[in-house]
Design a protein. Structure first.
Length: 151
């Protein structure tokens, strides 16, 4: 990518961080949507440049940026450039731990794939769909583990 492209990506990443904070403050997580996606192939170079742009502006942001905000911003940028990015939220019950990351085609692009392997999936978000909780799926899995019929 040319130098101007990197600068543009970084400005867009900073804008998305600010946009996320404002929308989240006004409407909560359900108000934060991902941009539409045309599903154009972008390749690893574009994926890496977008992830790098987000990571480059995080130290410039005036407050801490946690994994959910970083992942939403990364996914919005990727979808803006035609990549079919999806935000995934995973958790471990005991001891409790939660984390968010971005996947494209089931492959983690902005974080370590160990989270994908070691955490239960709580939420997936891609496209223009609303946040869809998987609590029913979670309860069904718990019932299966305990030998109980479905709810």
């Amino acid at each position: 990518m040319r130098k101007i492209d990197r600068a543009t990506l970084r400005v867009r990443a900073l804008w998305e961080l600010l946009r996320y904070d404002v929308i989240f403050a006004l409407r909560g997580l359900r108000g934060v949507s991902l941009a539409g996606c045309e599903g154009r192939p972008g390749g690893p170079a574009l994926e890496a440049a977008l992830c790098e742009a987000v990571l480059a502006v995080i130290p410039l942001y005036w407050k801490p940026v946690h994994c959910l905000q970083r992942s939403m911003v990364t996914a919005r940028l990727m979808r803006r450039y035609g990549l079919a990015a999806e935000v995934v939220i995973g958790y471990r019950a005991a001891p409790f731990f939660g984390h968010a990351w971005v996947e494209i085609g089931g492959r983690v692009v902005n974080d370590s794939s160990r989270y994908q392997r070691s955490l239960e999936i709580l939420e997936r978000r891609g496209g223009n769909r609303e946040w869809r909780g998987t609590s029913a799926t979670f309860h069904e899995r718990q019932d299966e583990k305990e030998g109980m019929p479905g709810r």
